[in-house]
Design a protein around this ligand. Structure first.
Ligand SMILES: [Zn+2]
Length: 240
């Protein structure tokens, strides 16, 4: 609908050369998503010698870290694993919860890495959590402001406000990077120290987490490209 409105105001998406920025973002994201799926599938075929499932490993790592009040639960879907700081729940997906592959254990430990970050009051996670409510509507609000700015005859103040809103979205994507990389670093350390994985197994697990990390890099890049496009299309030029 918003696209149609903008189109109506003369911003022809079909011939808009900045659309290439959006396409680059889409391609990078598709590559990242394909890469994490194929890497997970590859190391999902390899069972760990410890034979622990993702859920068992998660419980054990929480216990070892002395973290209380965090639960481990099952969530439907694929690669939907997450830790929710507000509910204190580690949710593990179909292919992780009941699975003892080195890929599954890597993902499970990564989510425990987030729980430990939360427990320790890790700065970037705190900042990220505070930003969630803003960013949830920031992206749509940004477009609403931009459309409003165009409706009122390229009202630059609203356009700039819209662009500023989108800067917050970009900032959110950027602050996600240290949170994710740190959780993966912790995961490998936890798996190693606890003996849940060892030797060669850790390398495979690391590759899965690295591929997962790349999807966040792709997300950040996509957001930056979108911001760049907004600046090119609607940035602070005066009306002529
Ligand atoms: Zn994560």
């Amino acid at each position: 609908m918003i696209m149609a409105l903008i189109y109506g105001y003369g911003y022809r998406y079909y011939y808009d050369p900045t659309y290439i920025l959006v396409l680059i973002g889409v391609v990078i994201s598709l590559i990242a998503s394909a890469k994490v799926k194929s890497t997970f599938a590859r190391y999902n075929k390899r069972q760990s010698a410890s034979g622990m499932t993702g859920a068992q490993a998660a419980e054990r790592l929480l216990y070892a870290a002395g973290i209380q009040g965090v639960g481990v639960t099952h969530i439907a879907g694929n690669l939907t694993d997450n830790y929710n700081p507000s509910t204190g729940m580690v949710s593990l997906s179909d292919s992780v919860y009941n699975n003892s592959s080195i890929a599954a254990l890597g993902v499970a430990a990564h989510e425990i890495g987030h729980a430990i970050q939360h427990d320790e009051g890790y700065g970037p996670l705190k900042l990220r959590s505070t930003m969630v409510p803003v960013v949830n509507f920031g992206s749509s609000l940004s477009w609403i402001l931009i459309v409003a700015g165009l409706v009122f005859g390229r009202y630059q103040f609203l356009l700039n406000l819209g662009i500023l809103m989108f800067c917050l979205v970009v900032a959110f994507h950027l602050i996600t990077l240290p949170v994710e990389f740190d959780a993966s670093r912790r995961a490998i350390e936890l798996l190693d120290r606890s003996g849940i994985l060892y030797g060669d197994e850790l390398k495979g697990s690391k590759k899965v987490l690295k591929a997962a990390g790349f999807t966040y890099v792709a997300g950040a890049l996509t957001a930056i490209l979108q911001l760049l496009r907004l600046i090119i299309l609607f940035g602070g030029r005066d009306r002529d």
